[in-house]
Design a protein around this ligand. Structure first.
Ligand code: FE2
Length: 277
C-alpha cells in the first residue's frame, strides 16, 4: 500500500478568526502558517489542517482523528470542558462505545463535523499522541458522493486503496492510516442526521514512492490534472480535489499499529466499526 496517511485536509470557512478560536484556543492545534484569508494548523507532526476563507456557502465536512484508547476519557473531559458543540445521540449521550472502541462528535463554527475516535487494538507505542487533544493521526475524511461504487473503485484501482466490506451506500476505503469514507449523499452523518452535502475540500494523501505519483498521473485524463510539480500531483476527480505528496511518513507504521487492512493477507481478520462514521 503506497498511500500512507492523510497529510492535509483543506476546508472552507467563513471566518479565519472563528476557526482560530476553535482549533487553536479550544483544541490546542498549533498554527504553522497564516495570512489574511488562510490558516494552517498542525494537529500532529505529519498532518496539517488548512482553512481558506470563502465568500460562498460552506458545506460541512466530516473528518476524524484517532486518539489513544487509554487517553480517550481524558480527551472527552477536555472536549466537554471547552464548551465545544457536542453532537448527541437520541438518548442524550455524547460518547458512543462500540465493539473495540469509542468515539465522540462535535462541530466547529462552520458546522464541520469532527470526531475523536479510539480503538483498543491500536498500539500506543507506535505514534506519540500530539498536543492537548492527543492526536495520533487523521483517520477519516468523508466523501459524500452520488456514484459511490464508481468512486470506491477509482480509489482502489488508481490509488491502490483497499476495502474489507463494500456497499452501495457506505465504504471505508483505506490507504495506510487514511480511511476515505465513500458514502452516498443520501446517507446522513451520524449522530445528528446531518445532510451529507459534498464539501468543497482538497485532500492531500501522503505517499511513500515518487514512482507511484507517476503511475497515477499516467492514469488520468488531461483535464483531471490540476497542477504538478516535483514530488506532488494535484488532481480533480469526482468533484473533489486531491493532492499526492511524497513524505517521510514511515510506510511501516500502519501495519505496526496494527491497522488490520494494512497487514497483507490478514484483511479478513477483524471486524471493524463499519457502521460508525
Ligand atoms: Fe466518522
Amino acid at each position: 500500500m503506497v498511500i500512507t496517511h492523510f497529510a492535509d485536509l483543506e476546508l472552507l470557512t467563513v471566518s479565519i478568526e472563528g476557526v482560530k478560536q476553535c482549533y487553536l484556543d479550544q483544541l490546542g492545534f498549533p498554527v504553522v502558517d497564516q495570512s489574511e484569508d488562510f490558516i494552517r494548523f498542525r494537529p500532529a507532526p505529519h498532518v496539517t489542517l488548512t482553512f481558506r476563507e470563502s465568500h460562498e456557502p460552506v458545506s460541512p465536512a466530516h473528518f476524524a482523528f484517532e486518539v489513544p484508547y487509554s487517553q480517550f476519557d481524558a480527551v472527552v473531559r477536555a472536549v466537554r470542558s471547552r464548551k465545544l458543540l457536542l453532537a448527541r445521540w437520541p438518548d442524550g449521550s455524547d460518547v458512543n462505545a462500540f465493539d473495540g472502541g469509542k468515539n465522540i462528535y462535535f462541530r466547529d463554527g462552520d458546522g464541520h463535523l469532527l470526531e475523536w475516535i479510539c480503538h483498543s487494538y491500536i498500539r500506543e507505542d507506535v505514534i506519540a499522541p500530539h498536543g492537548a487533544s492527543k492526536v495520533l493521526y487523521m483517520r477519516e475524511v468523508g466523501f459524500p458522493i452520488g456514484d459511490v461504487n464508481g468512486f470506491r473503485e477509482w480509489l482502489k484501482s488508481a490509488l491502490g486503496m483497499k476495502t474489507k466490506e463494500e456497499s452501495d451506500t457506505f465504504n471505508f476505503v483505506v490507504g495506510g492510516t487514511a480511511h476515505a469514507i465513500a458514502a452516498s449523499t443520501g446517507r446522513r452523518w451520524i449522530p445528528i442526521g446531518m445532510h451529507a452535502l459534498p464539501p468543497n475540500m482538497t485532500v492531500t494523501f501522503g505517499v511513500s514512492e515518487a514512482s507511484f505519483i507517476e503511475r497515477v498521473r499516467a492514469s488520468l485524463q488531461a483535464h483531471e490534472v490540476v497542477a504538478e510539480s516535483d514530488g506532488e500531483l494535484h488532481l480533480m476527480k469526482y468533484g473533489y480535489r486531491f493532492r499526492l505528496r511524497c513524505t517521510s511518513f514511515d510506510p511501516g507504521i500502519p501495519a505496526r499499529l496494527p491497522l488490520p487492512i494494512s497487514i497483507e493477507g490478514k484483511e479478513e481478520g477483524r471486524s471493524d466499526d463499519q457502521e460508525l462514521v
